[in-house]
Design a protein around this ligand. Structure first.
Ligand SMILES: [Zn+2]
Length: 135
């Protein structure tokens, strides 16, 4: 059985620049990239920017920009969630699963979370239709 042990911890004072899940949109289409980092978001964003400029192989962001001739909207890249280091991968998968037309290297969302996400989304959809029909 695989142990679920977190070997790294972020600063307990979770600052702006650590243990973030972030989103980088494309300015040409609705595609976006969702990533996570235990380092500074700005440092990671600079790395993505450099990857696009250098057309770095293995970079999903650079691949999208160059293969489709699209502009990446780094000005509107933003932090969408925060967590301790142990939960970053799960949150990255969570945000990936609930975002349309997204790319990244995350692992598939564990099934129990996928069921929960579908439950939440179906209830939100139900509330959305109630609001349309009764307002
Ligand atoms: Zn695009």
């Amino acid at each position: 059985m695989k142990a679920n042990v977190c070997l790294k911890e972020c600063d307990t004072d979770w600052g702006e620049d650590q243990c973030n899940v972030y989103k980088i949109p494309c300015s040409t289409c609705s595609w976006s990239y969702i990533g996570e980092t235990g380092r500074s978001f700005n440092t990671r964003k600079k790395e993505h920017t450099r990857n696009v400029k250098m057309h770095t192989k293995g970079s999903n962001v650079a691949n999208h920009a160059w293969s489709k001739n699209h502009q990446i909207d780094f000005d509107n890249a933003l932090i969408i969630d925060k967590a301790n280091y142990c939960h970053l991968k799960t949150l990255e998968s969570w945000h990936t699963a609930k975002t349309v037309y997204v790319d990244n290297n995350s692992h598939p969302l564990p099934n129990q979370y996928r069921i929960l996400l579908l439950y939440i989304l179906s209830h939100l959809l139900f509330l959305y239709f109630l609001n349309i029909h009764f307002t």
